[in-house]
Design a protein around this ligand. Structure first.
Ligand code: ADP
Ligand code: MG
Length: 446
């Protein structure tokens, strides 16, 4: 049914607009009168609600004679849903996630760059004036980008100023567990619930990590709602982190979403090379690793995922160098051989393989897979071939020779050449290549 509706919709939009709003739409299920569709982002959901949903209903009616309504979900919401179904309310309690502050997570050790500048500034002003400026403060962003570090820096700062302050750090999972077990206990006549309330309503600073896990935990959300209100009324500071914005967390009660929006939400983005270099410099200094400036820059260029990977790459380079009796100051050749041994650059598992890339590129440029793999040298074929090779190197963990093999048995130097060519075009901001690669990545990584 979706395919039929889709082909009718196609006529209502220009090619560009169709590609923007439809290319990453996935039909998930048709249940009685509901057609569930997965859209790539909240932006898409909003646009669909305004401009497309009514057409879907219309066409579905034309095709089936029935009233079918679309249910729109973002990928994150679909994931939450699946998790909620797969998991019972209670998490395993023996989670060894500590609820102590890590004394290393301080403002001093937090390197500020373009991507986290705003978040850092907000965190610092909250630390200096808790309960006054931004309450609550929500720090959101991808994994390993420093959310927990920054949040705990606020706690460490407060304790440094006044050790008698009551700072509580907790993950949303642990909060949930404690609450659920308190509920159980009180149904048996125990007093755990009182202790639970004591603990959370008598804090000066409450740090709640990864609130996306409150998704679907209705009773816990209710309890958190009350905790939140009491603390905020008492002008006690609340800081939260999340991997996304509250309105993107599915099954988070509206009243919580709106409370969270009373304060300030700041994002942390992936660090660019300049920030990554600064972070490595700082880590090397604190861990007393002797390494040349150039070697650090080289490493910062190679490891482009997140800060956690960056840290572990540095310590592995150090270990490799120690083990192999490296020079007294680690240099570029040392880093290179450590890297070739470990393959850090491909730390992010994109879950894409070369077949996906070939298919995607073939459809995108309207060139056959055989031609991409073949030897023809027409411009119309060479460019897509090079883009496909570039993406294969960028998005998969395949070695250069293996990529060559997958492209009809080409030499690995051909792959390097293609990769460099596209890379240079991107570095030089070639608008066409940039758009095409971005489109394809969107398509492939959805
Ligand atoms: P998140 O909570 O966002 O997943 P973390 O706060 O756990 O990320 O950070 C991962 C690691 O990277 C930690 O060891 C942290 O100290 C380090 N880190 C992250 N951002 C920075 C930064 N800007 N400066 C220094 N270290 C950082
Ligand atoms: Mg974290």
């Amino acid at each position: 049914l979706w395919d039929e509706i889709n082909s009718l919709l196609k006529n209502d939009f220009t090619a560009v607009s169709y590609r923007t709003w439809f290319s990453n739409v996935k039909p998930l299920k048709l249940d009685h009168d509901q057609l569930t569709l997965q859209l790539p982002s909240v932006l898409h959901v909003e646009y669909w609600q305004k401009n497309i949903s009514s057409k879907v209903i219309e066409y579905a009616f034309q095709l089936t004679g029935k009233d079918i309504t679309p249910v729109l979900m973002t990928e994150n919401q679909v994931k939450d849903e699946q998790q909620a179904q797969a998991e019972p309310l209670l998490y395993p309690t023996e989670s060894d996630e500590s609820d102590q502050l890590d004394p290393n997570y301080t403002f001093d050790k937090f390197v500020v760059g373009k991507q986290n500048m705003f978040a850092q500034a907000a965190a610092l002003s909250v630390a200096e004036d808790p309960g006054v400026t931004y309450n609550p403060l929500l720090i959101y962003g991808g994994v390993g980008l420093g959310k927990t570090h920054l949040m705990q820096a606020i706690g460490n700062y407060m304790l440094e100023q006044d050790p008698s302050k009551n700072v509580v750090f907790i993950t949303s999972e642990k909060f949930t567990n404690e609450f659920v077990s308190a509920v159980k206990d009180s149904s048996h006549g125990g007093t755990e619930m009182e202790r639970f309330k004591e603990k959370y309503r008598n804090v000066d600073l409450l740090l709640v990590d990864d609130i996306q896990f409150f998704s679907s935990k209705d009773k816990t959300q209710e309890e958190f709602f009350h905790t939140f209100n009491e603390l905020r009324n008492d002008k006690k500071q609340i800081v939260m982190t999340s991997d996304r914005l509250p309105n993107e967390i599915s099954k988070l009660q509206d009243r919580l979403v709106s409370r969270f929006n009373w304060g300030l939400s700041v994002s942390i983005e992936e660090p660019d090379v300049a920030t990554r270099t600064k972070i490595l410099q700082s880590k090397a200094k604190y861990s007393k690793i002797s390494i040349t400036e150039e070697a650090l820059e080289y490493l910062a260029k190679q490891v482009d995922s997140n800060v956690r990977e960056l840290e572990s790459a540095l310590s592995q380079v150090k270990a490799f160098s120690d083990f192999n009796g490296g020079p007294s100051r680690i240099n570029i050749p040392m880093v290179k051989s450590a890297i070739s041994n470990h393959d850090f650059a491909s730390k992010v598992d994109h879950n894409v393989d070369i077949e996906d890339i070939l298919e995607g590129v073939s459809a995108y440029y309207n060139v056959s897979i055989d031609d991409i793999k073949g030897k023809k040298r027409y411009k119309e074929i060479v460019a897509p071939r090079q883009v496909a090779m570039y993406l294969s190197r960028e998005l998969t963990k395949t070695s250069l020779p293996k990529i060559g093999e997958a492209f009809g048995g080409k030499d690995h130097t051909t792959v390097i050449h293609a990769y460099d060519k596209i890379k240079r075009a991107l570095d030089n901001n070639d608008p066409q290549i940039k758009d095409e690669v971005a489109d394809l990545k969107m398509e492939l990584l959805r």
